[in-house]
Design a protein around this ligand. Structure first.
Ligand code: NAD
Length: 350
């Protein structure tokens, strides 16, 4: 493993410069808000359309606003005075959601379209957009032993219907705002991010959280079986949330990456069956596996080629998967226990 280089910010972002984070009631932007807060930034505006009690994290000292950013007027208000804008707001979820609700996914284009125009007009210095590995050509992802995807593999375009095409179009907006108008934009293509303080049930959760929850439920209900979507041979790579937030900061700090999509993910390929085994190990239980071959399963395999990010930033994920999964499992278990005990958890307030 190369030693990751975490540099002091070169962009001279001052501690009292206003940072605006969209989607901050959700998983990654919530963690990003905490990341900047912990770095000593004193003016952070966090925005999400969810009512405040439903946010996964509300960081003390941060201005938290509940507002729908697909509305132009709200986007204008949101970025007023901003030096940096991070757009991570999107109507999204795991495969179960993005295969079923393509219109909702496509409509997220309104958020980025208004936010980037508003950021440009407000004179923001930097604009970050969270893209996705779903922007990649799906014909390259039909084998579990997939070749890792490098940045150029998004074109010729054949993205995931709905969600992936929205990401690809929004990336293009970011590139043209730099080319035509000189707004410094940064685009990370995230590959499955996981960790505590994210969706773990309700239909939008992604594989690591869903599998942890199923193991926890099986244990609690004394019913030692688990239903797995697909045949379990599908492979993915998973990045722990702390590696993700650090990576975002490094990307925005690097002027070589302006308007240049870059992979931000792990390159350790893991089959869903392996993921189940690891969650079982953490839970100290063995479950009988049932496979639901009609359930959404996404592409057969997907991995991140990290050659480019290692070359420009020397970034690589630091958190071993078992370590990150254990933290995630424990957090979900606590949520589950709290809910069973009638204590409010985030989703109960929906
Ligand atoms: P999330 O669902 O936890 O967070 C997204 C947040 O955006 C939600 O809290 C939602 O309420 C908010 N939002 C949706 N529409 C909005 C609107 N109109 N106005 C204001 N807020 C709105 O998802 P996440 O996992 O934190 O993902 C963050 C970003 O990263 C998204 O753009 C997502 O597409 C991207 N991404 C995530 C992953 C992953 O593995 N989690 C992978 C690839 C890309």
């Amino acid at each position: 493993m190369n030693t990751p280089i975490f540099r002091e910010n070169k962009r001279n972002l001052k501690k009292d410069d206003l940072i605006v984070i969209a989607g901050a009631g959700g998983f990654i932007a919530g963690a990003l808000t905490r990341f900047f807060h912990d770095q000593g930034y004193t003016r952070i505006r966090a925005i999400d359309k969810k009512p405040l009690p439903n946010w996964y994290q509300r960081v003390p000292g941060v201005e938290c606003i509940s507002m729908d950013l697909s509305e132009k007027e709200n986007a204008i208000k949101a970025v007023e005075g901003a030096v940096e804008v991070y757009n991570l707001a999107a109507d999204m979820g795991g495969m179960g959601f993005i295969e079923r609700f393509r219109i909702e996914c496509l409509r997220s284009i309104l958020i980025n379209t208004h936010m980037i125009e508003a950021a440009y007009r407000a004179g923001a210095e930097r604009y970050f957009f969270s893209s996705s590995a779903c922007a990649y050509n799906i014909t390259l992802q039909q084998d579990p032993n997939v070749r890792a995807l490098k940045e150029s593999d998004a074109y010729p375009a054949m993205a995931e219907r709905g969600y992936g095409w929205e990401k690809l179009m929004s990336e293009m907006f970011c590139q043209e705002y730099w080319a035509e108008r000189g707004l410094k934009t940064y685009i990370a293509r995230f590959h499955n991010v996981y960790g505590p303080n994210g969706t773990w049930d309700g239909g939008r959760e992604k594989a690591p959280a869903a599998i942890c929850r199923k193991v926890i439920e099986a244990k609690a209900n004394n019913k030692p079986e688990i239903t797995i979507w697909g045949d379990g041979t599908q492979t993915r790579s998973f990045m722990y949330i702390d590696d993700c937030t650090k990576g975002i900061d490094m990307i925005v700090d690097c002027d070589d990456l302006i308007a240049t999509p870059i992979n931000l993910g792990s390159n350790e390929l893991i089959a869903i069956n392996q993921l189940v085994s690891m969650a079982e190990e953490i839970g100290g239980i063995k479950l009988q596996r049932k496979y639901d071959l009609d359930a959404p399963r996404g592409v057969a395999g997907r991995n991140s080629d990290n050659t480019f990010i290692q070359q420009v930033l020397k970034w690589e994920p630091k958190t071993p998967f078992m370590e990150g999964l254990t933290k995630t499992y424990k957090w979900i278990e606590q949520q589950y226990v709290d809910r069973q005990a009638g204590k409010p958890t985030v989703r109960d307030i929906d």
